[in-house]
Design a protein. Sequence first.
Length: 228
Amino acid sequence: MVLAVCSVGGYFVFRDDGAPAANESPNASADTSKSKSPSASPSPTASPIDISSRSTDREPLTEKELFGSKDIAIKDENDGKTRSYKVVKKGTLNDCAKGVTRELQNVVKQLGCNQVVRAAINSKDGKYGATAGVFNFKEKGHSKKIDPLVTKDRGSFVGLVARGASAQIGKASLALYWEERGHYMVYIMICRGDGRQIKLDKTVQTMASDLLISHLATKLAERTGTVN
């Protein structure tokens, strides 16, 4: 496996079958700073809560809360255009170890993870599939243990296989992104629907930004009563 740092803090995982080197991608960078994404326009909840810990954020996540619609629309504030994605399957895991592989399985248990809410999502044109979701940990700070294992290829995430491009999520090369948000971790895995090697290009970067930040992170921000 070859891991290459990408410009929004995630990683791209390629099959070891003649995949391009990381430096062949014009957008690849060792800078792990988070990119700004087009923002959605949610309405904050009436009762703000602290999501740094499950002790102050007791209500579990639901599929309806994160993926209540079959269509996810993200409006780009720069050009006013809207990008849309199709939610083709949803699921919740109460055993977080089933949502990760290898060394991460014991780690998510140690960190008190009690649910993974995820969805299989396809791009509107059907060329890309993804699994996007949220891990619910006990406390913030979990990234200190999660990040090193993923970046050193000692564990990864398990995709939700569905129809269309998402059928390739467990077979093709993947683009991985994840980020800590309070006691939650949002993540996304993206693959090409034709099974070919995924490239670090604007299309993949935009899809990751739309679904990881503009959608999932914003849904969590609604819990706090703020949108950041």
